[in-house]
Unconditional design. Structure first.
Length: 204
């Protein structure tokens, strides 16, 4: 007889984010290594059974999955106190049942889209070195802080001194993310890389 392996129970708690419309649901299980941002149920239906089921809840506007947490953006006409427990119970049960969170091939598909989107920005010479530096600074200094708030930031392009980044998860549409972007990220990049004149963001 095989001794049954008892798994540790699924723990789930919520964390506030700087965006009042967004709440972070953190578990003690790895859900998806990397980031997966679903703004529409079309994309969710293609790639994430978890996000698809969450979109069936009337108050869910966006789902962002990263490592051990799910960040949910709600429709503004709902209050968290009315929907938080229901959402928490739903995610906990889903994780306990070990259902698929993200479909196979998602990472590769997103990388391909990113490559195609960035195809117009093939950097050479000095610019290539600058882009490397900018990406490294964002990854080391900005990403960890943004992830703690339930969001993500990705480098998109560098053109004539302007760095374009993509804000995802809790950062997307968050009033305080604009302030963070301008005072924090722009300030740091300008100090470290004099060629940078401005940082602008697009919603992911």
């Amino acid at each position: 007889m095989n001794p049954t392996v008892t798994k540790s129970p699924v723990m789930l708690y919520t964390e506030q984010t700087p965006n009042p419309e967004t709440l972070k649901f953190v578990t003690n299980r790895m859900l998806h290594k990397g980031t997966a941002d679903f703004r529409t149920d079309e994309l969710a239906k293609q790639w994430s059974p978890l996000a698809t089921e969450l979109f069936e809840l009337p108050f869910v506007k966006g789902v962002y999955i990263c490592n051990n947490y799910v960040t949910i953006t709600k429709e503004f006409n709902y209050l968290w106190e009315d929907i938080m427990l229901k959402t928490k119970a739903f995610i906990k049960t889903y994780v306990e049942e070990e259902k698929t969170v993200i479909n196979e091939g998602f990472v590769e598909a997103m990388e391909k889209i990113e490559e195609e989107a960035g195809a117009g920005y093939q950097y050479t010479g000095e610019e290539k070195e600058l882009v490397k530096k900018i990406k490294a600074l964002i990854d080391t200094h900005v990403k960890p802080a943004v992830e703690m708030d339930g969001g993500n930031i990705e480098f998109k392009s560098f053109d004539k001194g302007i760095v374009t980044v993509i804000m995802q998860g809790a950062c997307s549409g968050c009033p305080s993310s604009t302030v963070t972007l301008k005072s924090g990220i722009e300030g740091m990049l300008k100090r470290m890389i004099p060629e940078v004149t401005e940082v602008v963001s697009e919603m992911g």
